[in-house]
Design a protein around this ligand. Structure first.
Ligand SMILES: [Zn+2]
Length: 114
C-alpha cells in the first residue's frame, strides 16, 4: 500500500487539529455571551466531526476500532500472542487500554502511549 497518501491524511488531520486549537484560543478571548457559546458549540462539533472522519478512515484502512467511546478509537498494534501455534497480532485502545488479546497474556513489542 502507498504510504505517502496515508502520511498526507495524517498531516491534514494534524493541520485541522492545529486550526481547532487556534480557534479555541480565539474563542477564549471572546466575552461570555451568545457569541462565545456559538463558537464553543461550533468548535466542539468540528472536533467531533474530525474524530468521526478519523475513525472512518481507520476503518477503511482495516484498523480495529474500540467502541469504548464515540467516535470509536482506532486500536494500534502493541504485540502478538500465539494461538494454535500461529502468531496473532494484538491491538490496544489508547483511550481505555483494552486489548484484543481477550485477557490472555501476550508478548508486548510496543507501548501505546501518546
Ligand atoms: Zn477503548
Amino acid at each position: 500500500m502507498d504510504v505517502q497518501w496515508m502520511q498526507d491524511v495524517k498531516n491534514a488531520f494534524d493541520l485541522v487539529r492545529l486550526a481547532l486549537g487556534t480557534a479555541s484560543d480565539v474563542k477564549a478571548l471572546l466575552p461570555d455571551g451568545p457569541q462565545r457559546q456559538a463558537a464553543t458549540a461550533a468548535i466542539e462539533n468540528a472536533e467531533n466531526q474530525t474524530k468521526i472522519a478519523e475513525a472512518s478512515i481507520a476503518k477503511a484502512l482495516g484498523y480495529e476500532l474500540c467502541k469504548c467511546s464515540f467516535p470509536p478509537t482506532p486500536m494500534l498494534t502493541v504485540g502478538h500472542r500465539m494461538t494454535a501455534g500461529k502468531p496473532v497480532i494484538v491491538f490496544e485502545c489508547s483511550k481505555c487500554s483494552i486489548t484484543t488479546a481477550g485477557g490472555f497474556s501476550f508478548t508486548r513489542t510496543k507501548s501505546n502511549g501518546p
